[in-house]
Write a protein that binds this ligand. Structure first.
Ligand code: TXA
Ligand code: MG
Length: 338
């Protein structure tokens, strides 16, 4: 299949492809999504095939406004509307009880469905034109870091999908925050662009699911099925070094050897002359770290001879919780605490 390169101006063509059951990768503020008609089981099945995604990992539905929630969800709690008012369009996915119209293949048989209204003009225009819920996981091959540019989408999906809409680099860089509103108190299943602090400010107590903080063993059943899979991992094993940034930078410098790659804050790049290295930006700028992380992880796979990667980690305040969660997952929770 020849994968068309489209621009946001081609939204009508992208919407037609989706209406006909095809797959279109499109930009959102978080990462690129791989979209299909969420009411068409065959189109949704094609998403799983293109990604090599396990069948038990449900997809989220994208809608152009909170006004569409009741078409696909029922028994919607007031907290959902409060969150939608405050954070939509934006990087927040809400897990809600689903209606029958949502096919089983979308939810992997669960009686809940993830709903998201993305904050990106090209995505919103596409969703308005489709007038369908667009099922869209991140547009990467299953297990690889999510794509934050159209180029990264093509690395994984060229020839497998009908089109990619190039909307430039994603502004947030890590996937949406997922909050489960079918339990009390609501539970954070995946940290992302909307922070835990912001959620609590908006709706009160929110619990953090264990899968956010530690490695789940293969026989455990996390509430977000995707959380149990190895994720975001470059080919070389990653070790996260956690603690005071000056100390973690020194620790990594002491462990350099041929074939060791480094992910560090901009403040410390001079400590690693000649090393394969990606900077996450200034140590105090977590938004920049979120934007750069997935490209950094992908970059090491394009370099020959990297046998191991050491990564500095921010603390887990604010957006840091999302950055550390993705880094820790890329490392299989192989973490050195200083
Ligand atoms: O930012 C994002 O959310 C991006 C963009 C494209 O919107 N999408 C995305 O989708 O990250 P995906 O499929 O890569 O991640 C969705 C996560 C998976 O871990 C999945 O297991 C979880 O959401 N999920 C989906 N439906 C769920 C449900 N009903 N209950 C619990 N977890 C669910
Ligand atoms: Mg994903």
């Amino acid at each position: 299949m020849n994968t068309l390169r489209l621009t946001p101006q081609d939204a009508p063509q992208a919407a037609d492809i989706i209406a006909q059951g095809g797959l279109v990768a499109f930009p959102t503020e978080t990462v690129y999504g791989l979209g299909a008609n969420g009411l068409d089981p065959a189109a949704v099945a094609a998403i799983f095939a293109a990604k090599g995604r396990p069948q038990d990992n449900p997809l989220i539905l994208h809608i152009p406004s909170a006004g569409h929630l009741e078409r696909y969800c029922q028994n919607i709690p007031p907290a959902a509307y409060a969150l939608a008012r405050r954070f939509w369009p934006g990087p927040l996915t809400m897990i809600l009880p689903r209606r029958e119209v949502v096919p089983d293949v979308v939810t992997a048989g669960l009686d809940t469905v993830g709903m998201r209204c993305p904050n990106h003009p090209a995505a919103l225009e596409l969703l308005e034109l489709c007038q369908l819920p667009v099922a869209a996981p991140s547009a990467n091959t299953s297990g690889r870091p999510s794509p934050t540019t159209a180029q990264a989408v093509l690395e994984d999906m060229d020839g497998k999908i009908r089109a990619v809409v190039d909307g430039g680099p994603c502004q947030v860089g890590v996937e949406s925050t997922i909050v489960d509103l079918t339990v009390s108190p609501p539970r954070l299943l995946r940290p992302g662009g909307v922070t835990l602090e912001e959620l609590r400010e908006a709706i009160g107590p929110v619990e953090v699911d264990e899968a956010v903080l530690r490695l789940m063993s293969t026989d455990e059943k996390p509430r977000a099925p995707g959380m149990k899979y190895r994720h975001y991992a470059p080919k070389a094993p990653v070790t996260v070094v956690r603690g005071d940034p000056a100390a973690t930078a020194r620790y990594i410098a002491q462990h350099l050897a041929p074939g060791v790659g480094v992910i560090c804050f901009e403040d410390y790049v001079n400590l690693y002359p000649g090393c394969p290295l990606r900077s996450l930006g200034p140590q105090g700028d977590r938004a920049e770290q979120a934007r750069r992380l997935f490209e950094a992880l992908r970059w090491f796979d394009t370099q020959g001879g990297v046998a191991a990667i050491y990564a500095q980690s921010p603390d887990s305040d604010g957006l840091g919780l999302a950055v550390t969660n993705r880094l820790n997952k890329a490392a299989g929770f192989h973490i050195i605490d200083l």
